[in-house]
Design a protein around this ligand. Structure first.
Ligand SMILES: [Cu+2]
Length: 151
């Protein structure tokens, strides 16, 4: 019985994701600065508030399906140098499916503005979105990148 219930619950979760639940009513700015998630292509770009530029490179490259990989990530401020006291959050999701990775990556700062995220894993082929969140004492900004797994 327990197993059966588990299977039903999983199916419900899958269905529930279909409509999406971004809940961005009332908070979305039109024009620039909308936090609802512009997804960038490539491996470098600005954060949504425009204060920082982030770039990333996977290892191994290319990323392989269902194999752990690391990301080397560089964060720069408007002047091109490392932002003072910046912290970095790293996550990845499949927005079309409403799920994330089965693992929680660990992020460490290797040098000012240079971060290493270890232990990411894409367990499904398809369209992923990598989310990098830069937090300083005065700002929290994010950049989202489209990552196709795995080609
Ligand atoms: Cu998926």
């Amino acid at each position: 019985m327990g197993t059966r219930l588990g299977a039903v619950a999983a199916a419900v979760v899958g269905l529930g994701c279909h409509g999406g639940h971004r809940g961005d009513s009332g908070q979305t700015g039109h024009g620039d600065g909308g936090g609802a998630g512009e997804v960038l292509d490539g491996r470098a770009g600005p954060t949504d508030g425009g204060s920082f530029t982030v770039s990333w490179a996977p290892s191994p490259d290319p990323i392989a399906l269902s194999e752990e990989f690391d990301l080397a990530i560089t964060v720069a401020d408007a002047g091109g140098g490392p932002p003072a006291g910046a912290r970095l959050g790293v996550d990845a999701t499949m927005p079309a499916h409403g799920h994330g990775m089965p693992v929680l990556p660990t992020v460490s700062e290797q040098a000012p503005g240079q971060f290493l995220a270890e232990g990411l894993l894409f367990q499904m082929a398809g369209g992923w979105v990598l989310e990098l969140v830069v937090e300083t004492d005065t700002a929290i900004e994010r950049a989202s990148f489209a990552v196709d797994c795995c080609g």
